[in-house]
Ligand binder design. Structure first.
Ligand code: NDP
Ligand code: HSE
Length: 451
């Protein structure tokens, strides 16, 4: 018979106490699973895991749990002697930040789904956890139910990650999928995503890419052992993506996805590379891009997310699943809760922060990418050569060019090879000034191709 080591005297007379802060979309499911699965959780942890209380804003809402569990005084709940683990699912910066710090400073473990907070304050929170030998878990903060934080922190800790690219926002993927499949209206689809509990309290965070940028910052920090904050992430959202953009994408057998891309890029021009004692850099960016339909990310629809990790030795790994919603997110939160409870029981600790590499962030202008440019042009001899000349002048190599229509309705569709983002942006600006170009009707980046 194996013997378990119980370092805290935990047991029937001394259960592990949990406080849940927030009982909205995620908190409601966390509380439900915690109560419904109590017997299994007890068996998996080794001691009972007991819900001590739930902090909310509004006590009048009927939540289907005993009223004595509810409180509006989150700080007092966190500080109760019988609370050992705090689950924060309020969202936003304050009071979440102060409450988490207060828990960590008291040596209590914390589980949070709050990517907006982590993207800016992981350093501060991890330092508090380190100082007080407490756990800080946040699997649910990136891509809902999908285990991707723990694989990066633990499973791949002996490898070298080169690239992480993914669809990490369920709301925008839900919207773009509907626009692609049915030509659905943008605002109606956003309302539906909000109704289903996918969107943030302020859905601007979703549609303008802030939520994906926060997740990208977390992923890049873990992948490259470097502190990356939301301010380091280049960000564009989907609010300017039109039905015409989706049609353009379809015409070239692509769809449009909001991508989070974190990758190593070479040292800057004139700077020494790693072989000469210098440092490579990392690029972290979020934007909508054309993705070929044959690419695995193109098949990720609705509120599903997927993250592709490319590592030196493991090769390419893909993580796929439900990226938003109460129950899927609660699954990730509960997984962290069990880990934190087991650590209490056995006396271990979660791995701490690893930011030793301190890689510099490359500016977006230096990032290599491909553009798909649609131009309305005058159908006159020599226009194509002039347009091609503008690309050449900026040292942007053209992969394909196609003319559609003629007369005043002539259109040129230019797809480039990889070039520096700044060169591509300058080319587009110059094209817009050309007399023979009536308008630059769309500019979309193209990702997921090998060229
Ligand atoms: P909701 O807006 O649905 O719920 C927030 C909850 O926090 C509510 O119960 C609210 O109380 C409570 N609350 C707000 N302010 C306070 C306060 N000052 N004191 C005590 N309670 C407070 O948010 P979600 O459940 O959607 O999201 C929670 C967190 O999880 C966020 O960080 C979010 O980014 C993250 N997340 C969300 C996912 C999702 O799919 N929804 C997926 C992954 C992560 P009341 O009910 O009284 O208003
Ligand atoms: N609003 C977020 C999304 C929730 O749509 O992906 C999950 O983090």
């Amino acid at each position: 018979m194996t013997q378990t080591v119980n370092n805290g005297g935990w047991g029937e007379d001394h259960p592990i106490g949990v406080a849940v802060l927030g009982m909205g979309t995620v908190g409601t499911e966390v509380v439900r699973v915690l109560r419904e699965n109590a017997a299994d959780l007890r068996a998996r942890v080794g001691a009972p895991v007991v819900l001590r209380g739930v902090a909310v804003r509004n006590l009048a809402t009927d939540r289907g749990i005993p009223a004595e569990l509810l409180t509006t005084d989150a700080a007092a709940l966190v500080n109760r002697d019988d609370v050992d683990i705090v689950v924060e699912v309020i969202g936003g910066i304050e009071p979440a930040r102060a409450l988490i710090k207060s828990a960590l400073n008291a040596g209590k473990s914390v589980v949070t789904a709050n990517k907006a907070l982590l993207a800016d304050y992981t350093g501060e929170l991890a330092a508090a956890a380190e100082r007080h030998r407490a756990d800080l878990y946040f699997e649910a903060a990136v891509a809902g139910a999908i285990p991707v934080v723990r694989p990066l922190i633990q499973s791949l800790s002996g490898d070298r990650v080169n690239r992480v690219v993914g669809i990490v926002n369920g709301t925008t993927n839900f919207i773009l999928s509907a626009m692609d499949e049915t030509g659905a209206d943008y605002s109606q689809t956003l309302a539906e995503a909000t109704r289903l509990g996918y969107a943030e309290a302020d859905p601007t965070a979703d549609v303008e890419g802030y939520d994906a940028a926060a997740k990208a910052a977390i992923l890049a920090s873990l992948a490259f052992h470097t502190r990356v904050t939301a301010a380091d992430v280049y960000r564009e959202g989907i609010s300017k993506i039109s039905a015409e953009d989706l049609e353009t994408a379809s015409a070239v057998d692509c769809t449009v996805k909001l991508l989070a891309i974190c990758e190593r890029v070479p040292a800057g021009a004139g700077e020494p590379g790693p072989e000469a004692g210098g440092k490579e850099r990392i690029s972290v960016r979020v934007y909508p891009a054309l993705v070929p339909r044959r690419h695995p990310l193109a098949a990720v629809n609705g509120a599903f997310n997927a993250v592709v990790v490319e590592a030196e030795y493991a090769g390419r790994l893909m993580f796929y699943g439900q990226g938003a919603g109460g129950a899927p997110t609660a699954s990730a939160v509960l997984g962290d809760l069990v880990m934190a409870a087991r650590n209490k029981f056995f006396g271990g600790r979660a791995p701490g922060e690893s930011v030793y590499a301190e890689l510099p962030i490359a500016p977006i202008g230096d990032t290599p990418t491909r553009y798909h440019v649609n131009l309305q042009v005058a159908d006159k001899p020599g226009v194509l050569a002039k347009v091609a000349g503008e690309f050449a002048q900026h040292e942007v190599s053209i992969s394909t060019v196609r003319q559609e229509g003629h007369g005043s309705g002539a259109r040129l569709v230019v797809v480039t090879h990889h070039a520096a983002e700044s060169a591509l942006a300058d080319t587009v600006a110059a094209l817009a000034e050309m007399e023979s170009v009536t308008s630059v009707t769309s500019v979309l980046r193209l990702e997921g191709t090998e060229e």
